[in-house]
Write a protein that binds this ligand. Structure first.
Ligand code: ATP
Ligand code: MG
Length: 437
């Protein structure tokens, strides 16, 4: 046998639940259910679907995300196109690409847009539970809206998604909220921060020293325990916000309060990308260890102009699909049954053509029917029928065929009960299987 070729480290297959696997990754039925739930919830709010390329010019992310960010400094999969020397990157996040597309197509010309996409993102990180090198995000963006109404809408939309998925807000997932103010306010805060860090220079680690002047805000994001107390005592941006920024934040909060959504104002919530201003938020869980952020986003009013477009405000979020599904799986939340309504057993090859015509008619009514392809003994076929989770076995046998019929046998409720049905009047009885599915 030839050598096996395995997937790239940190990049995973999403497989049907029937395939045994040792890692804890979500199965494809859960994944599929999540995607259809997302489509339904986003449609309720009038968000439109968009697809952008997985590969973009490297400059897009360097300019969009900021040079001194974890992603741009050390997490990007960048390469040179061997055909023409172009510098390219596998997208580490979706916002920059969507903004690029909007600017390229002058898409905001006719007014603001509500958009969403979902797909793979790539970051060269140390793989662990909830952290992969290829992972998937749901990404929702509202472009051309100044807020605060849309900021609150996006947060409420995520809450609606939690509800639809069976997650309890406040228990399984909690909202954290902050305002980053405007650039001038951040500058004043930043100056005060640098003074604070300089006064505690002895406590700064290597990362912090490097960022002290390039991006001191990111020092607040440190995971170094030795720096926690010093970071907690640092001046808070909230105290540097002007009247307008405060009013924006208060207006977002007023909607959330009216909607009965509880949240924690977390002054240390700064987010990993440089482009954010005003509202930022994260949905976090205690159930996934240090990979506890399932969704994060905020306002990025400067990004569109920075990408060469006509200045326009925007806000959005990214949700980590693997992390969210790990959470749902870990909580053992009930997921709608993906089992077929019926499993078809054909006892002899010559009966197959007629049987398959009937199955086509059944499926046309919307029924989920799986054919036992490949033949085999009745016993082994019934075993498969049972394992499929189907409610009914449809038996196409010689006796039945001679009478122009098939046998419908209940596999679960009323187990063993069976009825003969006509092969030529499928529509008459198809509904009776449907109602049980
Ligand atoms: P973290 O602090 O955990 O690295 P982040 O701030 O880098 O997260 P974002 O860029 O805000 O993450 O991405 C949005 C969401 O995408 C995260 O909240 C998380 O759920 C998910 N995510 C980010 N990186 C990964 C990864 N490497 N593997 C799986 N999911 C990820
Ligand atoms: Mg990260």
């Amino acid at each position: 046998m030839a050598d096996k070729i395995n997937a790239v480290k940190g990049m995973n297959d999403i497989l049907p639940a029937s395939v045994p696997r040792t890692d804890k990754l979500p199965d494809s039925a859960l994944w599929h259910w999540f995607e259809s739930t997302v489509r339904e919830v986003l449609a309720r709010y009038g968000y439109q679907y968009i697809v952008t390329p997985v590969v973009e010019p490297t400059a897009l992310f360097v300019r969009g995300l900021g040079e001194v960010t974890d992603i741009v400094e050390k997490e990007m999969y960048s390469f040179t196109d061997s055909m023409n020397g172009d510098k390219l990157t596998l997208r580490p996040e979706a916002t920059a690409g969507i903004v690029r597309a909007m600017v390229e197509h002058n898409a905001l010309y006719n007014g603001p847009l509500r958009l969403w996409t979902a797909g793979p993102m790539f970051r060269h990180e140390r793989p662990q539970k909830g952290r992969y090198r290829q992972f998937h995000q749901l990404d929702v963006e509202a472009l051309g809206f100044a807020g605060p109404d849309v900021d609150a809408e996006l947060i409420l939309l995520v809450r609606a998604l939690w509800k639809q998925l069976g997650l309890v807000e406040g228990q399984h997932v909690r909202l954290e909220l902050n305002s980053l103010g405007q650039p001038a306010e951040r500058q004043a805060h930043r100056d005060a921060l640098v003074r604070h860090f300089e006064a505690h220079a002895d406590l700064l680690d290597e990362d912090a020293n490097r960022r002290l002047h390039s991006n001191p805000l990111r020092i607040l994001d440190t995971k170094n325990p030795a720096m926690q107390a010093m970071v907690e005592a640092a001046p808070q941006l909230m105290d540097f916000l002007g009247e307008e920024s405060r009013a924006h934040f208060d207006a977002v909060r007023a909607v959330l309060d009216a909607a009965g959504l509880s949240y924690r104002v977390n002054p240390r919530l700064v987010r990993g990308m440089d482009y954010y201003n005003l509202t930022v938020f994260e949905w976090v869980t205690d159930q996934l260890g240090s990979q506890g952020t399932v969704c994060g986003g905020g306002r990025y009013d400067g990004l569109i102009a920075q990408m060469g477009g006509k200045s326009a405000p925007a806000v959005g979020f990214g949700l980590g699909i693997e992390r969210l599904l790990l959470l749902i799986q870990g909580l053992g939340l009930a997921v709608p049954d993906a089992a077929p309504a019926a499993y078809a057993i054909v006892t002899a090859p010559e009966l197959l053509p007629r049987a398959m015509v009937v199955l086509e008619q059944l499926r046309e009514t919307g029924l989920k029917v799986v054919l036992h392809a490949g033949g085999g003994s009745m016993k082994s076929q019934f075993k498969k029928a049972d394992a499929s989770g189907a409610q009914y076995a449809l038996v196409f046998g010689a006796d039945e065929a001679a009478a122009g019929e098939l046998t419908v046998k209940a596999l679960r409720d009323g187990q063993g009960a069976q009825q003969r049905r006509s092969l030529s009047h499928v529509a008459e009885w198809a509904a009776s299987l449907q109602s049980r599915a």
